[in-house]
Design a protein around this ligand. Structure first.
Ligand code: A2P
Length: 318
């Protein structure tokens, strides 16, 4: 990854990049709008407003079940498609036919291609059309119907095919730990451009970031504020950094990621917070060191743990 000298997004003197460059040369805007749990009745308006305010990156997924509204928001904004970086993710149920999974998403969004297509989880679900919720098939004991024999290399081959077909300008993964990436690397022909994981100062994932950095894989941060309810915003150390810099705690958490070369994906549907979350400031080396060290000093916490009952290879997740 290179940090290019695109227009400044900072109040400080040295400009921060507005885009990072992925390992295939595609430019990715450094701050993306998360759409997980954006309610259906406000998503269209929030996306349109966000694009009018200057967002140029939308993070979506088939399973968020709001891609139609996101697509409508893009069209309502008047911002040309070519200026918006759109990400989506193949759902666990569709890993055996990535091309068909992507077609469903493109139809929902009303688009011809996505800029980035990701494997949502390194897990395949068995289909069960008779399940109460066929998108989330459950066993009688309440656990997910995970296909334990499925090889992620097969999913990645499907990802490489949609990339070769030009349906995705870049491809990558989500929620891949180092052991899972190492396994994938034995057969990948295209190196993932991105790995999207939960990331904030309570879960900075330093070792995973170093592994990805060494291979030119950009890390993206979902739940950069801690997810629903944004619990990390309340932390006293983060509030202190915010006060010292004269910015909000959300600006600190979003800026933390951009300053370390990670793409944050803050979610909001409130106008005021959408505008606030576009602000990125350069943080001092001292502030970055403090934020980098919070997890090691007893604040480590993973906030999003879906009950897959499956070892995903993360040390902190049984
Ligand atoms: P809302 O959508 O009502 O703004 P994350 O990005 O880590 O997933 O966090 C999303 C949560 O943080 C949502 O509950 C969102 O609520 C809230 N949020 C987003 N931006 C801000 C902000 N600038 N200040 C406070 N809370 C925020």
């Amino acid at each position: 990854m290179t940090l290019d000298a695109a227009p400044a997004t900072t109040i400080n003197e040295r400009p921060l990049p507005a885009t990072f460059t992925l390992n295939n040369g595609v430019e990715i805007p450094t701050v993306g709008l998360g759409t997980w749990q954006a309610p259906l009745n406000v998503t269209r308006e929030a996306v349109s407003f966000a694009l009018k305010q200057g967002y140029r990156h939308l993070d979506c997924a088939y399973i968020y079940l709001n891609e139609r509204e996101v697509g409508e928001g893009i069209r309502a904004s008047g911002v040309p498609r070519s200026e918006v970086f759109v990400t989506s993710k193949v759902w666990n149920l569709h890993q055996d036919d990535v091309g068909a999974g992507l077609e469903r998403t493109l139809e929902n969004l009303g688009l011809e291609y996505v800029d980035l297509y990701l494997v949502h989880w390194p897990i395949r679900f068995f289909p069960d059309p008779s399940a109460p919720n066929p998108l989330r098939p459950l066993n009688p004991d309440g656990t997910y119907k995970v296909d334990r024999a499925w090889d992620q290399a097969r999913t990645w081959a499907g990802m490489e095919a949609v990339y070769a077909a030009g349906k995705a300008r870049a491809i990558g993964v989500c929620n891949f730990s180092v052991p899972y990436l190492e396994a994938l690397s034995r057969t990948w022909k295209v190196v993932p451009a991105v790995n999207q994981v939960e990331n904030h100062p309570f879960l900075p994932q330093h070792a995973l970031k170093a592994w990805c950095d060494a291979r030119g894989i950009v890390l993206e941060a979902y739940s950069p504020l801690g997810g629903p309810g944004a619990p990390v915003l309340q932390d006293e150390d983060i509030v202190a950094v915010a006060k010292r810099n004269g910015v909000s705690p959300a600006t600190v958490l979003i800026s933390y990621q951009v300053n370390r070369g990670v793409v944050p994906l803050p979610k909001s549907v409130s106008h005021e917070r959408l505008v606030q979350n576009l602000r990125v400031v350069r943080l001092s080396a001292e502030d970055m060191a403090l934020l980098d060290g919070l997890a090691a000093r007893g604040k480590a916490q993973r906030l999003n743990k879906p009950p897959f009952c499956w070892d995903l290879g993360f040390d902190d997740w049984d």
